[in-house]
Design a protein around this ligand. Structure first.
Ligand code: MD3
Ligand code: FE
Length: 204
């Protein structure tokens, strides 16, 4: 399929090069305070190919024993997550002006070989607010479908500076990242991609 599913707002090139560089600087500081960890699938313990960290009052984590969840502390250091950088809070206020402030910002780091299988985001206790995603670095082949597994999907490339807003009927859509195109951006010092997702986790 080719048209975007209802509720998906795709804003290509929304962030200019200066803001992208500011975000990378902020992420380097976040990673210094809250090191990247390797998420594990529940029960099997199989590692996901992305590495991740978080900022904000809550962070998304997963391991073999406790599975998918949000928690206020880093799973390895036990420290509170660093705050969400102001430019990301500004972006949320611009694009989701009636939503309460985001509680979680997940930082996903994709190496050249990383991907993310089709899934729904449903570990939050509210689906009222949108999810806001920012792509930085190398391009990715993104896929989004409907709310039922096995339905038709639409694929398109996400490039550095692109923003996606997943509202209303798309909030529970299946989505994933099929592949990274290494060497398609010079924003990062190494090949790879960073995706930031801002979320509301609890009802306001
Ligand atoms: C569509 N991340 O962290 S962001 C995730 O590029 C995740 O790292 C991908 O899926 C990434 O859960 C995709 C775009 C995105 C985020 C949330 C969505 C698309 C979505 C929620 C519902 C529908
Ligand atoms: Fe997701």
């Amino acid at each position: 399929a080719s048209a975007l599913p209802p509720g998906v707002r795709f804003l290509p090139g929304h962030l200019d090069a200066v803001v992208q560089a500011e975000l990378i600087a902020a992420i380097r500081e976040i990673v210094r305070q809250a090191p990247l960890f390797s998420p594990e699938m529940p029960r099997t313990g199989k590692p996901l190919s992305v590495r991740m960290t978080n900022c904000g009052p809550l962070g998304w984590v997963t391991d073999k024993v406790q599975g998918y969840r949000y928690q206020p502390q880093h799973p390895v250091t036990g420290k509170a997550w660093p705050p969400i950088p102001p430019p990301l809070l500004d972006l949320w206020r611009d694009l989701a002006p009636i939503a309460p402030p985001p509680e979680a910002c997940l930082v996903n780091l994709y190496g050249p070989e990383a991907h993310m299988g089709l899934h729904q985001d449903k570990d939050e206790s509210t689906f009222d607010a949108p999810v806001l995603s920012v792509s930085l670095g190398d391009e990715a082949l993104f896929r989004v479908g409907g709310t039922m597994r096995g339905g038709p999907t639409t694929s398109f490339r996400l490039r550095s500076g692109d923003v996606l807003l997943l509202e209303a009927e798309s909030r529970l859509a299946y989505h994933g990242v099929d592949r990274i195109y290494p060497g398609t951006s010079t924003l990062l010092r190494q090949p790879g991609r960073i995706n930031l997702t801002l979320r509301r986790v609890t009802p306001s």
